[in-house]
Design a binder for this molecule. Structure first.
Ligand code: NAD
Length: 373
């Protein structure tokens, strides 16, 4: 089951522009950091994208700065509004759905647990209900996170069949979204009944995603860049915390690859990890130092006292053997290259350059590696 096949639409190349050209795609969370990059990439491949999300969660935002609204049919609306969501999905008649809308911040989830569970769990259910009501959807990818696993603070990477968990509301809400996705798969989109429903439903669990165009609160790279621009020292919380860092285009390529596979075969209807290689699972302090050196202006670091901070995991790593074996997916940009791409992006922005152009340039460069298979 699930071993890579050849010569079937969408299975020969990791991200196949020929597959995506003309495909109707429904993307939630298109106004966010990852959603803006993905919207631009899909539009570059000539997919017909309908986006559904609240207004951009930050100001500035990549969505506004890169003029993403010109690339798609955008609904600015709440995922918790089931009637509106269902009507938007029905109007779009998508063949492929990628669900990324979420409250994605751990600290914010401590402050706003109800909203976090509402959006991340019920929002996912609403999306799946809308897909059921619409019919005709062939691939659904639900985006969760590496934080959905019960964190045992061990040095090994989590596998897809490890226990789900989540200490804080964000992580736990994403574990709930995983359980919900599995229940919808067995109840409504069961692989054994594929001939009747023709929908393949999977989830993608990615690591810590970094790249140009992220202005989110309490995230390491945006905090470093803001400190760099203000010529101040950056305040970090857990210098020794170890995370699977990866460029935003890496998990996006994983979601696209997975959606392509689901389009042709229900064998891939399961959960997949998309993370970096082991060598790129590094501490916060080493990433900060390396980013400052890529920016060419070494910055100071101040460590925030830990006493009043909410709990966050110490070490987190993903085992991506399944994505490699089933989908042929593995990361292509290591952390060194990722940090230099971020520095390049920041320099363009700092000098008042065209952020849409630099975002597209990085997508094209990355996509050419992926298109080569
Ligand atoms: N950034 C990371 O490091 C990372 C890592 C792993 C997984 N993820 C997941 O990837 C997805 C995208 O993350 P991001 O970093 O781009 O986040 P983001 O905050 O930049 O974007 C979130 C998107 O969700 C939308 N949204 C939030 N609440 C909504 C609601 N009630 N109704 C409709 N839309 C709503 C926002 O408008 C925005 O478009 C999320 O599901 C997140 O959990 C992110």
């Amino acid at each position: 089951m699930g071993v890579r096949q050849g010569s079937v639409e969408g299975l020969d190349v990791i991200v196949d522009p020929g597959f995506w050209a003309g495909k109707q795609v429904f993307l939630t969370g298109h106004t966010g950091f990852k959603g803006s990059w993905l919207s631009l990439w899909l539009s570059e491949m000539k997919a017909k994208v309908t986006g559904y999300a609240l207004s951009p969660p930050t100001d500035p935002s990549l969505y506004e700065r890169a003029k993403i609204s010109q690339d798609l049919n955008s609904h600015i609306a709440d995922i918790n509004d089931l009637a509106r969501l269902t009507s938007a999905v029905k109007d779009a008649k998508p063949e492929i759905i990628i669900h990324m809308a979420a409250q994605p911040l751990v600290r914010e989830s401590y402050a706003q647990p109800v909203e976090t569970y509402q959006t991340n769990v019920m929002g996912t259910m609403h999306l799946l209900e809308a897909a059921r009501a619409c019919g005709g959807v062939r691939s659904i990818v639900i985006v969760t996170t590496d934080k959905c696993y019960e964190n045992k603070e061990w040095p090994w990477g989590y596998r897809e069949n490890d226990h789900l968990g989540g200490y804080d509301p964000y992580s736990s809400s994403k574990a709930c979204a995983e359980i919900l996705t599995a229940a919808y798969r067995s109840s409504y989109f069961h692989p054994e009944k594929y001939a009747q429903h023709r929908t393949a439903l999977a989830s993608g669990r990615a690591g810590n995603v970094i790249g140009g165009g992220d202005w989110a609160k309490d995230r390491l790279i945006p905090d470093c860049i803001a400190a760099y621009l203000r010529k101040e020292e950056v305040i970090i919380r857990n210098p020794r915390a170890t995370r699977p860092w990866q460029h935003v285009l890496e998990p996006l390529s994983g979601y696209l690859c997975l959606a392509q596979h689901l389009y042709s075969s229900v064998d891939f209807a399961k959960a997949y990890n998309f993370g970096p290689e082991d060598k790129d699972v590094r501490t916060v302090s080493s990433v900060v130092q390396q980013l400052f050196s890529a920016l060419g202006r070494p910055g100071g670091v101040k460590v925030e006292a830990s006493a009043n901070q909410p709990h966050e995991a110490g070490i987190l790593k993903l085992d991506c053997s399944l994505a490699h074996t089933d989908l042929g997916w593995s990361p292509v940009w290591g952390l060194d290259q990722t940090l230099s791409k971020i520095a390049q992006w920041v320099k363009v922005d700092e000098s008042g350059g065209d952020v849409r152009a630099i975002t597209l340039e990085q997508i094209r460069e990355y996509a050419s590696i992926r298109a080569a298979g």
